[in-house]
Design a protein around this ligand. Structure first.
Ligand code: OGA
Ligand code: NI
Length: 352
């Protein structure tokens, strides 16, 4: 049933499982007011640097030491880069995007079974916006968030419309993720990579994001300004575009153009903390789109919830002062999810 009054849209989207996709399909002329963002949070195209772009790194020859140099350089100076020739097969990428569309195409009654309230497990969560209860204005996005425990658990609890494709994407990405982290750690003089791996990539979460066509895209956002709480994020986007990254230490933004077959990589807060600020987790946001639906599939490569994260001893060895304290990773993540998106403020939680 379509809602009839403005305030019912939240109920329709959030409680009934229609999401913003359901609102989009009502064909409204105007954006419901809950989704209207304050002016300063909307994307101002005059602040977008059209001539600049984040680095694109060719991973075809991993024996070439230049590749590791470029990765570390991009993680320091941009916090964001794209990789091409990374070895994840194109059909694996296509399949997980298609599976994302298939999941969101399901009727609301099917999707709502995976909401926080109804889901049989806390590792599977279907939702809309970011934290509707905590946000001043809602975001124009629906998502399915899947915390990976094991193949068996995924097969049992993840939605059948997308579980095989999501697991396959994670599996096929594992090699290049390990390689990237190893390159980044070598530049920090970490020698014993094997012992660091659980801390750097001991848990993974994959999100399937759906950004439906929006009646007034200029008044809202798909995702508001934030940095990720991951170690690294490994993001697949389709060919629509709309992801903007802050140019470090400026108030300007850079668009991340879709490149077929590429993956967008960004440093998350956990890696900024562990590297004592050498690698930067940079703010980013997603525009809403007036003519197209968009999907994206980030894999968040994370420490384990029970890990204590802080500047690595190897980084502090030469007498460098720590700028972050040791924090329990699950406390850090809880802090992130207690509030709406607020740019880089999350990391203050770990500042000394
Ligand atoms: C995120 C995110 C970007 C995108 O999910 O954290 O920043 O392009 N997504 O969907
Ligand atoms: Ni993000």
């Amino acid at each position: 049933m379509a809602p009839s009054f403005s305030d019912d849209y939240t109920h329709f989207a959030v409680k009934k499982g229609h999401g913003v996709k359901g609102i989009s399909e009502l064909g409204l002329k105007a954006l419901p007011k809950q989704y209207i963002q304050p002016i300063e949070e909307r994307i101002d195209l005059t602040k977008v640097l059209n001539k600049e772009s984040i680095p694109v790194i060719d991973m075809a020859n991993l024996d070439d030491p230049n590749v590791a140099d470029q990765v570390a350089d991009a993680a320091e100076k941009w916090g964001f880069f794209q990789i091409v020739n990374h070895g994840v097969p194109l059909d694996v990428l296509e399949n997980v995007k298609e599976a994302t569309r298939a999941f969101f195409q399901l009727p609301a009654e099917e999707k709502i079974k995976f909401s926080q309230e109804n889901s049989l497990t806390k590792n599977v969560r279907f939702g809309t916006s970011f934290i509707p209860k905590a946000e001043k204005a809602l975001e124009w996005k629906d998502y399915l968030s899947l915390f990976y425990v094991s193949d068996e658990e995924s097969s049992r609890f993840w939605p059948s419309a997308c579980k095989n494709e999501a697991v396959e994407f994670m599996k096929k990405s594992d090699f290049v993720i390990k390689w990237l982290l190893q390159a980044l750690m070598q530049k920090l003089n970490v020698e014993d990579m094997d012992s660091k791996r659980p801390l750097l990539m001991g848990s993974k979460r994959i999100n399937l994001n759906y950004y439906p066509t929006c009646p007034n895209p200029e008044l809202t956002v798909g995702v508001g300004r934030h940095s990720d709480v991951s170690t690294l994020t490994f993001l697949l986007q389709d060919n629509i575009g709309g992801l903007y990254v802050r140019k470090m230490e400026t108030d300007a933004w850079i668009h991340v153009p879709p490149i077929t077959g590429s993956i967008v990589i960004n440093v998350g807060d956990a890696l900024q903390i562990m590297s004592n600020g050498k690698y930067k987790s940079v703010e980013h946001r997603v525009a809403a789109n007036g003519t197209n639906n968009r999907v994206s599939v980030p894999i968040f490569v994370n420490p384990r919830p029970e890990d204590i994260i802080g500047p690595l001893p190897e980084v502090l060895k030469n007498g460098e002062k720590p700028i972050y304290k040791q924090v329990l990773y699950s406390d850090y993540v809880k802090h992130f999810f207690r509030k709406g998106h607020d740019g880089k403020e999350t990391i203050d939680f770990a500042k000394i």
